[in-house]
Design a binder for this molecule. Structure first.
Ligand SMILES: Cc1ncc(COP(=O)(O)O)c(C=O)c1O
Length: 386
């Protein structure tokens, strides 16, 4: 029998993250710093609204674009945060997380072989989404010396006549980097100069520590060129509710909505009700979780630096991305040995692109106690291998 799996799918690289989860799942007493989602459960008042709505029989599809109440709340939320106005009628679409939104946005703008510049290290799903949408993902390497911030010059060097878009994600998974306003303006200048669209994945926008997050669409001239992607998964500890949103100029949104309508119909109804509650009454929850992440961030970064695992200061998301150069190991060897020898799970930086090599991603979306236990075990490991 022939191989029925499409070439395009065969060519997709399997996620480098999975392997470590699979190994860890076979072991006892593993301290995991590998998880990319909040360890908090969704705040009670948000859960209650979702459950109540189910009990009231609210179990049908919603409008394709999402309920108008939620779209209005998203519009108000973005206005409150950034002073930007998106019209709930034709500029906002509620999606099944940023995951769906990213795919729709790429599919809406890419013709076969169009190129998308993707600064790396980056979230594993983003280059894959470009390929799945028929485009070509062009990695643009960033480096630790620059705190993993992409520069305009690096992007410009990768532009070709086929380049159609730039896909950015700040605050960044896996590095925790937040881009300064000046650096974002460099990206804006390249987008303008070469007539490119910018897809801005701002899922970690609310998780920044001691710095300000700049919404890309709010930069001069960028509103028309930006497809803004965000959601409630990380800021409100709502990963399982599967609610995100896309905001863009009406012409782009029409294409995005058309795809969503055939693919998904509507995002989960219960999730939309809960998201409305979160956006309207969840600010204190966001502040409390952010403050706890910040304490853990300081604990883990100081701990890594003491162990000789040099770690630049991550200013956003909930990841630290230290260098493991002091051990002389490859990042993959380091992660495997650390898991087998000390039962601590972290992810090799190279899983997020070649420029992540020599680093590990450690998530601090776990308790302070777990972080302390992981650091103790890593201290033993570093005594043997440092
Ligand atoms: C950078 C980034 N974008 C998007 C997602 C997916 O978000 P969602 O739950 O909204 O689909 C993640 C999840 O880890 C992420 O890290």
């Amino acid at each position: 029998m022939r191989n029925f799996v499409a070439q395009t799918v065969q060519q997709l690289r399997p996620s480098g993250i999975r392997r470590y989860f699979d190994i860890a799942a076979t072991m006892d007493d593993v301290v995991s710093l590998s998880i990319g989602e909040p360890d908090f459960v969704t705040p009670g008042h948000i859960v209650d609204k979702g459950v109540e709505s189910l009990r009231q029989g609210n179990t049908r599809y919603t409008s394709n674009s999402g309920t108008i109440e939620l779209r209005r709340a998203i519009s108000d939320y973005i206005y409150r945060l950034y002073g930007l106005h998106y019209n709930p009628d034709d500029q906002i679409l509620v999606t099944v997380g940023v995951s769906e939104g990213m795919w729709l946005a790429l599919k809406a703008i890419l013709d076969p072989s169009d190129e998308v510049l993707v600064p790396q290290p980056c979230f594993v799903a983003n280059p894959a989404a470009v390929e799945m949408a028929g485009g070509v993902s062009v990695p643009v390497d960033t480096c630790a010396e620059n705190d993993f911030q992409v520069t305009g010059a690096q992007l410009e060097a990768a532009v070709t006549p086929r380049t159609k878009a730039i896909l950015i994600n700040y605050p960044n998974n896996p590095t925790g980097a937040v881009l300064s306003c000046d650096r974002l303006k460099e990206i804006a200048a390249i987008a303008e100069k070469y007539d490119l669209m910018v897809l801005s994945d701002e899922i970690y926008e609310r998780l920044v520590y001691g710095v300000q997050h700049t919404n890309f669409a709010s930069l001069p001239g960028m509103y028309e060129r930006t497809i803004l992607l965000s959601g409630l998964s990380k800021s409100f500890a709502m990963t399982g509710w599967r609610i995100g949103y896309v905001c863009a100029p009406p012409a782009i949104m029409e294409a995005v909505r058309k795809l969503h309508q055939y693919l998904i119909m509507s995002a989960p109804t219960m999730g939309q009700v809960a998201a409305l509650e979160a956006l309207q009454h969840g600010e204190d929850d966001v502040a409390a979780m952010r403050s706890e992440y910040d304490t853990r961030r300081r604990l883990i970064v100081a701990g890594f630096n003491e162990l000789g695992l040099t770690c630049f200061e991550p200013r956003g998301a909930f990841y630290a991305f230290p260098s493991i150069a002091a051990t002389g190991m490859s990042d993959e060897d380091f992660c495997e040995r650390l898991l087998y020898e000390e039962r601590v799970a972290v992810i090799p930086g190279s899983a997020f692109g070649r420029s992540g090599a020599g680093h590990i991603r450690a998530s601090y979306a776990t308790s302070q106690q777990n972080i302390e236990r992981a650091l103790e075990r890593m201290q033993r490991f570093m005594r043997r291998h440092g």
